[in-house]
Design a protein around this ligand. Structure first.
Ligand code: UD1
Ligand code: CA
Length: 456
């Protein structure tokens, strides 16, 4: 391996076909900007430097990516891939190797790049190629008919008919020894169909100087796909998701349909996890052994312990859920919530910034916010913690073994002491005594002989 590794990521292009005001490389795949996918991959190679060439919307790109470890280089105007790399030349080491990546080619694998770098031992140039069914639009690899060695790359627009029939294409990803780049980049010219400075012309220069150019094939052809339109972005999203899903299946996670799951971040699963269709996982989600996530759930930055079941249509964000809990259907669990073990949260229940201890149940139509609930508490249907006075949030404390009757309002700050029972329909504004029944309710009366009004 070369002593120094520099990486240049080309990201100056306009992305006209996206029809968007957002720079192309900021469009997201699996919830993350395209450029971030490439950056994360680049960092795995532990390079000495990463240079990102920006142009259209460059300031926005810098601001959103917000990474001080990067060297940003502006290319204006954009006169081609060779011109783009030329802008980064002053930042390259004298010796070592430069790997050129595209900010809009997000699915390349680490293995393919490592293989490409391996192939460039001993001062040869390496290009990542692919053999595709439809080479339209790509630069074609021209080989010597006798030796098979690479002689050049011809762009679609410059290719004659016989060259256009070549199915071996340039992915655009290359690894070039720095001393060659330093000597060749300033010599690039733009006398071609597009009047652009083609980076691919360095292959010809290499051949002229008897520098060997080797090709290395990407492990999967989909790795080299670029994003030029929203249609392609959508296609790449599906490829990414299916490949993630297949990896989960291989590790023993039961996905009911691998084509109907979306992972926008990282999903770590224990043994015998089951995930039904149309679930979305964002951020970091960790599921313990025997966890079941039923259809149509959204989980973001959630940890779920063993044997818990999340029933359909539940939405859980930034929460920690214990073992053997049952959540949903139709539950909403909001940030900073912690459920200990054997907790049940039922339909149309919203829980925010609360801790609910073992064995407690909130089964129907409730709002629990800024609340601490002890063990073995039963919260009746329609109970509301009134945590907000219009200016401040206040805490509700519900101690162990409390039973709260249905349709109760707990006006915070308030404490319902251990063993309390609250009668249904109460509005509780003061702390309640331990182990007693508390209720606030007007007496029920019946008016005898009362008649409903009727039309005459
Ligand atoms: C390029 C290659 C072609 C290859 C194809 C793979 C050249 C001359 N051609 O063609 O052989 O098959 O990629 O997709 O290299 N960019 C800049 N500044 C520029 C021009 C481009 O930063 O002035 C960036 C773009 O943002 C993009 C990448 O370089 O990320 C490739 O540019 P693009 O215009 O898509 O190159 P192609 O013409 O498709
Ligand atoms: Ca392209």
């Amino acid at each position: 391996m070369a002593s120094k590794l520099n990486i240049i990521i080309l990201a100056a292009g306009l992305g006209k076909r996206m029809h968007s005001s957002l720079p192309k490389v900021l469009h997201t795949l699996a919830g993350k900007p395209l450029l971030s996918h490439v950056l994360d991959l680049a960092k795995k190679l532990s390079p000495d430097q990463i240079c990102v060439v920006i142009g259209h919307g460059g300031e926005r790109v810098k601001e959103i990516i917000n990474d001080a470890s990067l060297t940003w280089v502006t290319q204006a105007p954009q006169l081609g891939t060779g011109h783009a790399v030329l802008q980064a030349q002053p930042y390259l080491d004298q010796q070592g190797l430069t790997l050129i990546l595209y900010g809009d080619v997000p699915l390349v694998s680490l293995a393919s790049l490592e293989q490409l770098i391996q192939s460039t031992q001993n001062d040869v140039c390496g290009i990542l190629t692919a053999v595709v069914d439809d080479p339209t639009g790509y630069g074609r690899i021209i080989r010597d008919q006798n030796t098979g060695s690479i002689k050049g790359i011809v762009e679609q627009k410059d290719a004659d008919t016989s060259q256009q029939s070549i199915r071996e294409i340039n992915t655009g990803i290359m690894a070039i020894p720095n001393e060659y780049l330093h000597s060749w980049l300033p010599k690039l010219e733009n006398n071609n169909a597009q009047q652009e400075y083609y980076l691919t012309d360095i292959v010809k220069m290499a051949v002229d100087q008897n520098v060997t150019v080797v090709s290395s094939q990407a492990l999967h052809n989909w790795e080299i796909l670029g994003v030029n339109s929203r249609l392609q972005l959508a296609e790449l999203e599906r490829i990414y998701q299916l490949s993630y899903a297949n990896k989960l299946l291989e590790k023993g996670v039961m996905l009911f349909d691998p084509s109907r799951i979306d992972i926008r971040g990282e999903l770590r699963c224990g043994a015998d996890v089951e995930i039904d269709v149309n679930c979305i996982f964002e951020g970091t989600v960790i599921l313990g052994d025997h966890v079941k996530v039923k259809a149509n759930c959204i989980l973001k930055d959630v940890t779920v312990s063993d044997k818990t079941t999340i029933l359909p249509f539940s939405h859980i964000e930034n929460a920690k859920i214990g073992t053997n809990c049952r959540i949903g259907p139709y539950s909403r669990i909001r940030p900073e919530t912690q459920l200990i073990d054997n907790v049940h949260i039922g339909n149309f229940v919203e829980v925010k910034k609360s801790r609910i201890a073992s064995g407690s149940k909130v089964n129907h139509l409730s709002y629990i916010g800024d609340t601490t609930i002890g063990e073995n508490v039963n919260i009746g249907a329609g109970t509301i913690t009134c945590n907000y006075d219009g200016a401040y949030k206040h805490q509700t404390i519900i101690e162990d073994n409390v039973f709260i009757g249905s349709d109760t309002q707990l006006v915070a700050p308030v404490k319902v002491s251990v063993g309390s029972t609250i009668g249904a329909g109460s509005t509780i504004t003061k702390d309640t005594p331990e182990n007693e029944l508390t209720l606030s309710r007007s007496k029920q009366i019946s008016v005898s002989g009362w008649k409903r009004p009727s039309k005459t």
